[in-house]
Unconditional design. Structure first.
Length: 250
């Protein structure tokens, strides 16, 4: 049985279709998509529609959550379109979206998502992005626009997993902290970390498969398989049979 991991897609529907055609899935295959299906690229909506249909054809498929899915879900929660509790972000991430401490941090989850290329996801749904400048006078109109996003898409994103473990591999979007049980891992590390993959060169005995950290070429060495090769940023979309190391790119 092939176990095929697919790196960050970022709204690149044509690359995704080309990659899947090259892999030529069969019923015995198991796919693990590593997250970041949305933002940056031109057709996040099309990607979600493709993946939802793919799940129906191959129900054993695993869909992990990336930091961009979490940002989107948090923005939907903040707007009241879905229920739940947003992830708590670090000071550095708030600074990334240029929210100064003198700001009231009003609509901070929405701003953080939009300023991490969520505006392009909105455009794929035909929604005005508001250029990330959500203000009280525009927020109600923005919320009404979000309510037009298909509930099936929101349900799909909310169903994604933070990690997945097979006999020989551990799949996460971003990073882990060695020495902690997976049930005790910080969701923020799993979704955002760019350090963990250097730390578990020691003290870890399981191959970790991840995306998130952009590299020019896929890396399959030692206890690490790294597959974010820049789809949505001018690079390739990569799939890998983690049991054999075989690579496909669009």
């Amino acid at each position: 049985m092939r176990v095929i991991a697919v790196g960050d897609i970022h709204g690149c529907i044509d690359q995704l279709k080309n990659l899947i055609a090259k892999i030529n899935p069969c019923p015995k295959d198991q796919f693990v998509f590593l997250g970041d299906y949305i933002d940056r690229g031109p057709d996040s909506r099309g990607v979600l529609e493709f993946l939802i249909d793919f799940q129906k054809q191959f129900p054993q498929t695993v869909f992990l959550r990336g930091n961009h899915e979490q940002l989107f879900l948090d923005a939907l929660t903040e707007s009241g379109v879905k229920t739940g509790v947003p992830l708590l972000y670090t000071v550095s991430e708030l600074w990334t979206c240029e929210i100064a401490w003198t700001d009231t941090l009003e609509f901070r989850h929405t701003r953080l998502w939009l300023q991490n290329h969520g505006d392009l996801t909105l455009k794929s749904y035909g929604i005005d992005s508001y250029d990330g400048l959500i203000q009280p006078q525009t927020f109600n109109a923005y919320r009404r626009a979000l309510e037009t996003i298909p509930r099936e898409h929101i349900k799909f994103l909310a169903s994604t997993k933070l990690w997945y473990e097979s006999d020989n591999h551990l799949f996460v979007h971003a990073g882990i902290v060695p020495g902690k049980r997976m049930a005790d891992q910080d969701p923020y590390e799993l979704l955002w970390s760019r350090e963990g993959f250097w730390r578990y060169k020691t003290g870890w005995n399981q191959c970790v498969v991840h995306g998130h950290t952009l590299i020019l070429n896929p890396r399959t060495e030692g206890l690490e398989i790294s597959l974010d090769t820049g789809a949505g940023a001018g690079g390739q979309l990569t799939g890998c049979d983690v049991n054999t190391g075989k690579i496909w790119q669009n």
